[in-house]
Ligand binder design. Sequence first.
Ligand SMILES: C[S@@+](CC[C@H](N)C(=O)[O-])C[C@H]1O[C@@H](n2cnc3c(N)ncnc32)[C@H](O)[C@@H]1O
Length: 232
Amino acid sequence: MTLGAVSRDGWNRFSTWDHSEHLRDLYARRCRKEAEEMTAHAQAAELLALRAGDGDTVLDVGCGSGYFYHSLDSRGLSLEYWGCDASRALLSIGRDILPSFGLPAERLIDVRIEDLSGQVDHVVCINVLSYLDNYQRPLERLLKMARKSVILRESLKHGAEYHYVRDDFLDPGVDLKVHVNHYDMREVTDFVSSYGFKSEIVTDRRSGGRPEMVIGYPHYWTFMVADRVKAA
Ligand SMILES: C[S@@+](CC[C@H](N)C(=O)[O-])C[C@H]1O[C@@H](n2cnc3c(N)ncnc32)[C@H](O)[C@@H]1O
């Protein structure tokens, strides 16, 4: 929508997630189960299975096209999966494909973390917060929404680093930057604990705790599993 010289299409224009044909193709193949399951998704599903009961609700924040649904379904976990993401293009891939695998299209919600509210039993957030400008406000939202647990997989290490870098893996001619931040493990642990959660750091199976290059920059992938110990 255009309001004179001002418009509301900033997400579409400036988000790196909406400028990669390669990414859309990969996410579609994951939805169709034509691509291998992500190791991180397998590990997240296993961590979730340890704490989730039948019928619990799970919100996958920054779900891309929602293919984490397959990781739950293929393990026979009878959880109510919801996914949300800010990218309508990525969500529409899941809405087109996942209903034929049993996920109603309405379970994929078009919303930015900043605008999210509500209550679910478990929140899963994989490879999302590291690409935002900071973690506090979005993570607070996730912690406030979760009745039972929050499972994060992000770039965590000792000593934070904040980078805003050009993504050279986008469509030809696209010149956009994205944050690749590494948050301090101790600081995030203390933050999570201040919202009534007991957390545990779990080594990432894919990277084995070693830095992994993604879009040309090191990432320190780490799982943090937080269980609620005090009422919200
Ligand atoms: C690296 S992808 C991860 C997708 C999926 N979680 C996975 O594990 O494959 C990051 C996702 O976060 C979404 N995202 C980025 N900023 C967001 C925001 N502010 N609110 C909601 N989603 C956001 C992007 O659209 C993208 O789908």
